[in-house]
Write a protein that binds this ligand. Structure first.
Ligand SMILES: CC(C)(COP(=O)(O)OP(=O)(O)OC[C@H]1O[C@@H](n2cnc3c(N)ncnc32)[C@H](O)[C@@H]1OP(=O)(O)O)[C@@H](O)C(=O)NCCC(=O)NCCS
Length: 193
């Protein structure tokens, strides 16, 4: 069975990281959870510096402290996904965006990888003392909200978002300790926490 781990982005991953983003453009896919990497395609070192600052940030209404990870498959050391985890929420993120943004590269979707991605993300939240994780998804993106439901997410709201998505958005809440306790099956799919 394939196993996975979260890796903090470093200089040695430049080519892999750019190939990851390129694949989204080739498939016309929305990019999420990439910590803004798609805005730094000509400045990978600048992106690493941005991530360093993201981790140290004091929370404001504009920005909050966050961490970004590559989801890596052990067998071939390939980046298959990414997650961006906000360690504190400001009012804007509480309303829209929540704690975690995630993605799986287009050629690796539909294999259950995002459930492992979210499981690892919840472990990071637990390490940072976050007891309840808030997430949201567009209703027309079932792969996203089904991932949340698979990890115990409870739908708390469904509404038409006039401001950001301009579509129906579903909000979810996950009790982190409960989710981790009730899904031991993912423990065997991860290499390190
Ligand atoms: C959303 C995304 C991360 C899902 O990744 P994935 O690896 O394909 O998801 P998984 O294979 O782990 O599947 C998660 C759940 O969604 C379901 N699912 C996967 N693809 C689906 C699809 N195309 N339609 C409906 N359900 C789907 C799976 O069956 C699973 O649910 P289950 O456990 O009830 O069976 C991926 O599609 C992606 O990167 N999309 C672009 C970025 C994005 O939209 N991010 C989320 C923003 S909130």
């Amino acid at each position: 069975m394939e196993r996975f781990f979260f890796e903090e982005p470093g200089p040695e991953r430049e080519a892999d990281a750019l190939a990851y983003i390129r694949e989204f453009y080739e498939h016309g896919s929305e990019i999420n959870g990439a910590g803004g990497l798609h805005r730094y395609l000509d400045d990978y070192a600048g992106w690493l510096e941005k991530l360093r600052q993201d981790a140290l940030r004091e929370p404001t209404e504009e920005k909050v402290p966050a961490r970004t990870y590559f989801l890596v498959r052990e067998s071939d050391n390939r980046i298959v996904g990414m997650s961006n985890i906000r360690l504190t929420l400001n009012e804007k993120l509480r309303q829209f965006g929540g704690h975690i943004g995630f993605s799986i590269r287009p050629t690796e979707r539909g294999k259950g990888y995002n459930k492992i991605n979210l499981y690892l993300g919840l472990k990071v939240c637990a390490q940072h003392g976050i007891g309840t994780v808030l997430l949201d998804a567009d209703l027309h993106n079932p792969a996203s909200w089904r991932t949340m439901e698979a990890l115990g997410g409870v739908r708390t709201r469904e509404y038409f978002d006039e401001q950001y998505s301009h579509c129906v958005v579903v909000d979810y809440s996950i009790d982190v300790d409960k989710a981790l306790a009730e899904h031991p099956e993912y423990e065997g799919r991860i290499l390190r926490s």
